[in-house]
Design a protein around this ligand. Structure first.
Ligand code: S3P
Length: 184
């Protein structure tokens, strides 16, 4: 079973994913990095040269490939939930953990993150903070629908978030065992 991190840009998917991978001794895959390696281009260049629709097709292929792997910690791009097929693929062998944060915290984190320049092209043409609020509103129902568990990372340390994920995974493994029907 994979552990899949979903959520908007700047909610901590990559940093939490790497910590989780160290702690659980499992491999870590970031779908944006996977796309960067497989195309030899930055996400921003794919958007500029081919547009968002082509990026979403490449992203769906990457998601289909990583979903077939096992025991991975997978950090996804913030828009992965826009395509229901991605969610179905990820859920086929994964527990989906939604990371949330307030628009203010997301804005601050994105402005301080080196990855923003290459990996996070504007998606709406709006000013950065306006775009965050607009897209969070639009995407929230999709994030909530996809999530098996949600953690607000705004005021938590990465270590606290990792502990909460591990507790959730352990609890769900225990309850899965206890609800298994008794076979005579
Ligand atoms: C996107 C988020 C980015 C990246 C691309 C599109 C989005 O990933 O996939 O820029 O639509 O929210 P991060 O969530 O890792 O920044």
């Amino acid at each position: 079973m994979n552990i899949v991190l979903i959520g908007f840009r700047g909610t901590g998917k990559s940093s939490i994913g790497k910590l989780l991978s160290n702690q659980l001794k499992r491999d870590y895959i970031d779908t944006d990095e996977y796309i960067g390696n497989s195309t030899g281009k930055t996400i921003k260049d794919i958007f500029l040269e081919k547009g968002e629709e082509v990026f979403r097709t490449i992203e769906a292929e990457a998601v289909a490939t990583v979903s077939k792997m096992d025991n991975q910690i997978i950090a996804t791009g913030g828009g992965v939930i826009l395509n229901n097929k991605n969610v179905t693929n990820l859920k086929s062998n994964g527990t989906l953990i939604l990371l949330e944060a307030s628009p203010e915290i997301i804005h601050l984190r994105l402005s301080l993150d080196d990855k923003t320049a290459d990996q996070r092209p504007s998606l709406t043409g709006k000013e950065a903070f306006e775009e965050i609020k607009h897209l969070l509103d639009k995407r929230l129902p999709l994030y909530n629908k996809a999530a098996d568990h949600t953690i607000n990372t705004s005021l938590k340390s990465p270590e606290e978030v990792v502990d909460e994920i591990i507790m959730f995974i352990e609890d769900s493994q225990k309850s899965n065992k206890s609800v298994k029907p008794h076979i005579k």
